[in-house]
Design a protein around this ligand. Structure first.
Ligand code: ZN
Length: 134
């Protein structure tokens, strides 16, 4: 079962440049910055109530985020839903005919278990399920 929107992922060229907007214009606090080598990204999490804004900056030209930026430019990259059982969540999506990018969850930023659904199966929005550490 989904319990909330965990975070919105936003692709940026530079976290250093983008954080000015999130900190000074929106007044949010950066909870932490973290590099996720498996995804070739640097992330910065900003807190807003129960939800986070996750900025994603590529650390390599072959990062999925680098590819996203080169075709679409900066902007909303994915919506992440928190699930109380990510395995069941993926199985249900598969049973309903969704194309999964990840058949099994992997460890993402903040030690969460994460998996993505293909945007073609979710009406154009890259969809992440996550569970585990908040
Ligand atoms: Zn995410």
């Amino acid at each position: 079962m989904l319990t909330k929107i965990d975070h919105l992922g936003i692709a940026v060229h530079s976290i250093t440049e983008a954080r000015h907007f999130y900190e000074n214009v929106l007044g949010l606090t950066c909870k932490k910055e973290e590099e996720v080598p498996s995804q070739k990204v640097k992330t910065a999490f900003f807190v807003l109530g129960e939800t986070h804004i996750e900025l994603l900056e590529p650390t390599s030209d072959d990062s999925p985020i680098a590819r996203f930026l080169s075709t679409k430019g900066e902007g909303l990259h994915h919506v992440a839903y928190r699930s109380d059982n990510i395995g069941d969540q993926l199985a249900q999506a598969r049973d309903e005919g969704c194309r999964l990018i990840h058949e099994t969850p992997f460890t993402g930023a903040s030690n969460k278990q994460v998996a993505f659904l293909h945007p073609k199966s979710s009406h154009g929005v890259l969809t992440e399920f996550c569970s585990g550490e908040e």
